[in-house]
Write a protein that binds this ligand. Sequence first.
Ligand SMILES: Nc1ncnc2c1ncn2[C@@H]1O[C@H](COP(=O)(O)OP(=O)(O)OP(=O)(O)O)[C@@H](O)[C@H]1O
Length: 405
Amino acid sequence: MRSDALLSVRGLSKSFHTHESRWRAVARLLGVANGSEQGKQVLRDITFDLLPGQALAIVGRNGSGKSTLLKLITGSLLPDSGSISCCGRISAILELGAGFDLHATGRQNMAMQAALWGVPADVLAAQAQAIIDYSELGPAIDEAVRTYSSGMLLRLAFAIAIHAQAELLIVDEALAVGDARFQQKCMASIRAHLARGGGLLFVSHDLNSVKTLCDHAILLDGGVIVQQGHPASVCDAYLSRLLGQQAPTSGPTSAAPGAQASITRLLVNGQPQRDVALKSGDWLEIAMELHAHAPVDNLAAGFMLHDARGQDLFGVNTQLSGQTIRFTQPGQQCCVTLRMQALLGPGHYTITVAVHDADDYTRNVIFWGFGAIALEILDPQGGSVGHCKLPHQLSVTPAGHPPSD
Ligand SMILES: Nc1ncnc2c1ncn2[C@@H]1O[C@H](COP(=O)(O)OP(=O)(O)OP(=O)(O)O)[C@@H](O)[C@H]1O
């Protein structure tokens, strides 16, 4: 264990004994029966540390064990083996509404939840109005929680969790139900919590949120950690597994084994280059040549621009622009060309290139080049900040005299 860790998880394993007899459960608890013999093992030998100020994402497909891991950490489940140590209090939003008494009001639930997380009564009394204001629930705070929408449940749950001033905040999927403005407010509060040296454990299928919020990620598959590291590469590895590919392809183009077509050439501004530097406002051309190995219908070729954290900024594909790629016999070829004006702020970007089934990007994946092209935008003129460099006019005129067109 790292001495500076906020949360330390070592060799954690968990099985569920769904059809276990009472006698066998007793024998297992007494250590005279092997727990893994009969149970379904959902987590195996999980080890990681979470440091103060760190935001750690756990990603993985449905059933990979993410929620079980969070339940072990919050103590609502017990592990078969391994240890968990946390230097501080934990506040968690696991399933929205879980832990709330649906017949009690928001205000009453606030008091019950705070007590559950060990918030002292005087701290709660001092914080109560701030929690209510933060939730923006207004008079609904005195209505029964069973009448709340999922967005209102999130407002209450998050307001309580963030004001509990726990060292470790755990959020499982919940933020997705909030409206955009409340989500941004949650994100800002989480960042402030991290800046104060708190930790975040974040489970989400929304990879953009993972990449925006977290600085480290763990990929769970079949109950084991299969990769950990920078969120962008862990998210790429996760998508790779979902798409049935071995590993992210960031280098030269390659065809998936047995694919009905392959990419024979990928040119960036007419060159077989993978790194390109442009001035803001320059044009970028990506040309991709496809070669059929077998008849195939209904393919789409697409491009996604990401920022330096891997977050999606702009995506386009042939299906979205009403064009279909179809090969009726082997040997046929086509070229897909994207011309795009780089109306971008200075910085580093990547572009993912993919060819897949037009209706379902997880099917018939011919090629998926994560961040296949690295783009640097140079902007000697400056004049604005942010990812976009939109055509604009900014003027100062005497009051009452709007600028003329
Ligand atoms: N109480 C339980 N009894 C038996 N099996 C369980 C129980 N809870 C979870 N499981 C099983 O454990 C496995 C992991 O479930 P878990 O909910 O942790 O996955 P997850 O990664 O959070 O999935 P999702 O993304 O769908 O929320 C699944 O196969 C699930 O069916």
